[in-house]
Write a protein that binds this ligand. Structure first.
Ligand code: IVH
Length: 710
């Protein structure tokens, strides 16, 4: 029998190796199932024997640490940026200037990809990751260690030989495939999609919940090893050129680009640039240029730096590719919340490795500013991102006397005149309850994972239920019967189910279930018809959803502007739906994170009798419309705590909820009945004075945590 200590060490080794092989070499040594089992075993052992858990344990990658605010830390070596240019002439000048300064010294350049992501610095001491810091202003950045640890290509401890003190620099990128999958999921769940992979990478590193960051499939691409000259002089010349440093880094376990190329003159450099300008679209992540560096690190000091950037390196940035193509027609898309988005349908054109046919025209203002006329050709650009952008009209090709194209004034789906909210750039269709994409969009949001999590109802089935006249709003879902579901099939849009097939269906529905083999086959029976098992799954998922807690039910209603966080805050603040429905705009806007626009949208939603009816029906069906007491312990029984300031692990609302979950009382002001003042950062001086005067004990966040875990 291994001891817990040796088993922890063994599992740590094993999981590290599997991770490395998987992420670096695309090599699965074990099944996912086996991997998860090992990880689970390690998590459990570490929980039981925390004294043996290694600080670099792969369990740290699962996340779970909460970042309340990101600590600011100073960079040991400033994080300089690079001089950059779009012009080949300036690259020629850089090369000539460098050669002149080095005056006959033998040297070479390295050319490598310039990643379009977020730069971070990773100091390592004795082979162990110490911290992860964003660039910030170059001198001070944000400590994002908890999130960075979840990125599989950031080694928590290094392999082989490494300098005992150095900093790895590189870029966190969001690979296209994972980015698109994440954005699709966000849209399905009612979240705003990210504009491009770089923003998504940056947003992910700033997530408060590192477990959430662990789910984003980020990559860390290492491109630079920062160390002082003394360190560089050790280790038999391994660190005397940039390219050999990167080779060494690869051996230590970093992900380093294989494309780096040593170049001796300007023609080699130009070849590298031209090659990647075209080939970049075939990479799995975005690059926005090429970086050229002097390879010999001892020459760096000689060349020196300007105020902002080193003289021994330069970045060549790719120009966005731009084409002109005729506009065929404009269509209008209606979203879940009724927002109408114009879309340009264009003559297909090759751009940046793909064929572009459609691109968004964003909103009415964007379209008007472009001033598009009938018969125009549009200028379409593709930068480092995947999404083509319309940047203008090709005026050379405008037809004489062609009139401007107006924005549509009716909903393309339901014909309702569009309205424009004050101060908004776009129009929307106000026919919330009668406009198909809005109805279906709301149903889709309701069943989505972050809302009611009814995964046996996807968008196709919701459409079937709608077409069959069974479901037009979320409350209808809870009136569904098994016999209505079984045999339900997709209506062919072009070809209505005819009388004969309806008759067949009705005969089928009267057959005893033991005679299933005799069911009449409709020629049009679609593969998407709902079978008995499917019907049971739907009904049991609906049943299960009745346990979904109030905050998620509130989010699931799809109230305009009310996201997950806002719904949580409102639910906690008001405690139940009645209090929430009776609140006025001012009271709603008092709640943390609820702005005026959201407060008004919530108020308007509940002001409508048809919405109140839906709430009533959902309530009758047994959904959760009040906060349930989730009592965790009685450890704070009889204890009254006043909370003040900001905290590292909790928001104020969360800490109050935690006090109540442990049987205590969270009070607003200090009195002689107060047991503790729980003091966070930036606490008001008044409270402190009063607590001291009344002799109320002051505790910190960590003392509070100790208290409830004791
Ligand atoms: S080297 C002191 N190499 O582009 C030299 N930078 O303004 C440090 N970048 O700040 C930078 N790919 O954020 C280097 N292969 C690469 C890079 C790269 C992307 C970023 C980095 C840098 C910016 C240039």
């Amino acid at each position: 029998m291994p001891t817990p200590e040796s088993r922890i060490a063994e599992l740590t080794e094993l999981i590290d190796r599997y991770n490395y092989e998987y992420y670096m070499n695309d090599n699965s040594l074990v099944s996912d199932f086996e991997f998860d089992a090992l990880l689970r075993e390690l998590i459990d052992l570490e929980k039981q024997y925390p004294q043996f858990a290694l600080p670099t344990s792969p369990t740290k990658r699962v996340g779970g640490e909460v970042n309340k605010s990101f600590k600011q830390v100073a960079h040991r070596f400033p994080m300089l940026s690079l001089g950059n240019t779009y012009s080949i002439e300036e690259i020629e000048e850089f090369e000539a200037r460098t050669r002149k300064s080095l005056d006959g010294t033998h040297f070479s350049y390295t050319c490598e990809l310039k990643y379009d992501g977020v730069a971070i610095g990773l100091p390592y001491r004795n082979g162990v990751l110490v911290q992860a810091v964003t660039r910030g202003n170059g001198t001070v950045g944000d400590d994002i260690t908890a999130n960075a640890r979840t990125i599989p290509t950031i080694p928590l401890r290094l392999k082989g030989d490494f300098p005992d003190d150095f900093e790895a620099r590189g870029e966190v990128v969001y690979p296209f495939q994972a980015f698109e999958a994440m954005n699709r999921q966000r849209e399905a769940e009612g979240d705003e999609p990210f504009a491009n992979p770089r923003n998504a990478a940056s947003g992910s590193l700033k997530l408060q919940d590192s477990a959430e960051c662990a789910k984003r499939k980020l990559l860390f691409c290492m491109y630079f090893m920062m160390m002082d000259d003394q360190q560089a002089a050790t280790s038999a010349g391994r660190f005397l050129t940039h390219s050999s440093r990167l080779d060494a880094a690869r051996d230590m376990g970093f992900l380093v680009q294989p494309y780096i190329k040593e170049c001796n003159d300007i023609s080699d450099i130009k070849f590298f640039i031209d090659f990647w300008d075209k080939e970049r679209w075939n990479l799995p992540f975005a690059i926005d240029g090429v970086v050229i560096k002097v390879n010999q690190t001892d020459l760096w000091n000689q060349l020196g730096t300007t105020a902002k950037s080193p003289r021994w390196a330069i970045a060549y940035k790719f120009k966005a590719e731009r084409v002109s193509t005729p506009l065929l027609h404009i269509t209008y898309q209606v979203g879940r919340t009724g927002i109408v988005t114009p879309v340009a349908n264009m003559q297909p054109v090759a751009l940046g490795g793909t064929t572009v046919r459609r691109a968004t025209l964003c909103n009415a203002d964007f379209m008007r500013n472009l001033d598009i006329h009938y018969g125009d050709s549009l200028l379409v650009e593709k930068g480092g991102e995947i999404i083509p952008k319309i940047v203008g009209v090709d005026l050379d090709k405008r037809l004489p006397d062609s009139p401007a194209i107006p924005f549509t004034y009716v909903c393309p789906e339901c014909g309702t005149p569009l309205v424009r909210a004050d101060g908004e750039a776009g129009f929307y269709c106000p026919n919330q309850d009668g406009c198909l994409p809005q109805i279906l969009g709301r149903l889709e949001l309701f069943v989505s994972r972050k809302a009611m999590n009814i995964d046996s109802l996807g968008s196709e089935r919701l459409r079937m239920l709608y077409d069959a006249g069974l479901v037009t709003n979320v409350a209808d879902l809870y009136s569904l019967r098994r016999d209505q579901l079984v045999g339900l099939q997709k209506v062919d849009e072009t070809d209505e189910v005819d009388e004969v097939s309806q008759l067949r269906n009705s005969i089928n529905s009267q057959l005893p279930s033991t005679s299933k083999a005799y069911q009449l086959q409709n020629s049009k029976t679609s593969s998407t018809s709902i079978q008995e098992k499917g019907a049971d799954n739907i009904l049991s998922a609906l049943q299960k959803s009745k346990q979904v807690p109030f905050p998620r039910v509130l989010f699931a209603l799809g109230i305009r502007y009310l996201g997950e966080v806002g719904a949580k805050k409102l639910a906690r603040y008001f405690g139940n739906i009645d209090a929430l429905m009776n609140a006025n705009v001012m009271e709603l806007a008092m709640v943390e994170d609820i702005g005026n626009v959201t407060a008004e949208a919530v108020y308007d939603y509940f002001a409508k009798p048809e919405h109140r009816l839906i709430i009533q029906r959902l309530r009758d069906a047994g959904l959760q419309f009040q906060m349930t007491e989730t009592r965790v312990s009685n450890i704070l029984q009889g204890v009254t705590i006043v909370v003040s300031g900001v905290f590292e692990h909790f928001s104020r609302e969360e800490i109050k909820a935690s006090i109540e979950q442990h049987g205590g009382k969270a009070a607003g002001s200090i009195s002689s009945k107060t047991t503790y003042l729980l003091a966070g950062d930036k606490m008001g001086p008044e409270k402190l004075k009063k607590a001291e005067k009344l002799g109320v004990k002051i505790i910190s966040e960590s003392e509070y945590l100790e208290l409830i875990h004791s």
